[in-house]
Write a protein that binds this ligand. Structure first.
Ligand code: COA
Length: 409
């Protein structure tokens, strides 16, 4: 069986990142480790050894996760997961995940979250899809917004990305509580997002930053983007890639889209949207947006049900007994009385018979207010003991806006 140890020093971290690169079939790039090092806590970066040799790795970051209603709870953001191609399908990832979950529980983290390379990997470890994203492009030739689309009294200002962190942190801090699924950011994380590393989690030497300022001059939104140039025989047809677009207010969000969609030389603006992104309803020609079907974005593995269900807000009152199936965590498994009143809820142990029986992964997909218990029931993934209980669960847990996670990790 694999032996799991946390990394202890820089040499361990080089071994870790070398193994992870090999798992993805690419060479170790020291620049990636250098860029990430300020956000990496070695005690959270685990290595699995088989017969004394590194076989696989899995790490996590400590984040605050926004719940419906704006409360933030501590979670582990699982990242940099890989098992060497020579050691696959013999339980190395399973051993790493068990330890990551144990460590998160010991730290008092209420859930684990991650973005998955493949959709078939993490359900068995109790992760469900808590947030979806739309990827796609908008044809700028047809991208005018409706005349009645809200506009703000503020302005868009181009800023040097090296000086942008304070303004972006203010705008992000105002927006994150309004969107379940948002993750908190430290100053070191901002350095990564606004850096030059050109790696998955953030930063690119070609990134440009615009800040939206309200009438009072305070930052209330921003976009990070980069240009991919195409000089065709018919003229310029650049593609503008939006890395992040963040705003708490709809009018600010639409002003940022107006700026990006109106950029000279650009034929298409490409990026990632929440499935309920307001842009889709604000376009005069809705077919200007060629968006892909919603794709799994943030996966969530619940650990602390009283914390998660008691910390979030609810749109309607009601109560229900959930029977949670979780073979790995006895503190999660079993019957829970979910009672909601006056917008707040609580989850307590109960002996009452269950209305709904569901695996912990399916509960993870519903907790942030996205997903659908009714659809999960129709797909055979959730059982109703009381007729209509899945619909009741949907009414209780659904939240507007839908969860979405701007942070890549
Ligand atoms: C995904 C990965 C980490 C799995 O590691 P592993 O050690 O082979 O996984 P385990 O042996 O612990 O697998 C546990 C279970 O998940 C299944 N599983 C794991 N990865 C799977 C995959 N990619 N596709 C289908 N099933 C998978 C295994 O078959 C096993 O099932 P079982 O319990 O029914 O036997 C490894 O394949 C890998 O490094 N892939 C490339 C990099 C990558 O995608 N990393 C994940 C980033 S999010």
């Amino acid at each position: 069986m694999a032996r799991i140890d946390a990394t202890r020093d820089e040499a361990d971290l080089v071994r870790y990142f070398t193994a992870n690169a090999a798992a993805f079939g690419v060479p170790f790039r020291p620049g990636e480790l250098t860029a990430k090092r300020p956000v990496v806590d070695p005690s959270r970066y685990l290595m699995a050894a088989v017969d004394g040799e590194t076989a696989g790795v899995a790490g996590s970051f400590g984040f605050g996760l926004t719940l419906p209603g704006g409360a933030e709870v501590p979670v582990a953001g699982v990242s940099d997961v890989g098992v060497l191609p020579t050691h696959r399908r013999r339980g190395v990832l399973g051993a790493l995940m068990d330890r990551l979950v144990d460590d998160a529980a010991a730290r008092g983290e209420q859930a684990l979250v991650l973005g998955a390379s493949e959709a078939v990997i993490y359900g068995r470890f109790g992760f469900g899809v808590a947030a979806h994203a739309l990827w796609g492009g908008v044809d700028t030739g047809r991208a005018a917004l409706r005349p009645d689309a809200p506009a703000s009294a503020g302005r868009v200002r181009l800023v040097d990305r090296h000086d942008a962190a304070p303004a972006l942190a203010v705008a992000y801090g105002a927006a994150a509580p309004t969107r379940p699924g948002s993750l908190s950011r430290t100053a070191a994380w901002w350095d990564l997002v606004l850096g030059s590393a050109g790696i998955f989690v953030g930063g690119h030497e070609d990134h440009l930053v615009v800040v939206h300022e309200g009438a009072d001059g305070a930052p209330d939104g921003y976009a990070i983007y980069r240009m991919e140039e195409h000089w065709g025989s018919a003229g310029p047809a650049h593609r503008l890639h939006v890395w992040e677009l963040v705003a708490a207010e709809t009018a600010v969000e639409l002003d940022l889209w107006r700026f990006l969609l109106g950029h000279d030389l650009v034929a298409e603006v490409h990026g990632m949207l929440p499935p309920d992104g307001v842009l889709l309803d604000a376009l005069a020609d809705t077919r200007a947006a060629q968006l892909l079907a919603p794709r799994d974005q943030l996966w969530l593995r619940p650990l602390d049900l009283p914390g998660l269900l008691g910390g979030r807000s609810y749109a309607v009152d009601g109560s229900l007994v959930l029977d949670v199936v979780d073979p790995r965590r006895p503190e999660v498994a079993g019957a829970w009385d979910l009672t909601v009143g006056d917008g707040g809820g609580s989850a307590a142990r109960t002996d009452r018979p269950a209305d709904v029986r569901l695996p912990v992964a399916e509960l993870g997909s519903l907790l942030l207010g996205g997903g659908s218990a009714g659809r999960l029931r129709r797909a055979g993934r959730l059982e109703e003991a009381t007729p209509g209980a899945a619909d009741t669960l949907d009414r209780l847990l659904r939240w507007d806006p839908l969860p979405f996670c701007t942070t890549r990790f």
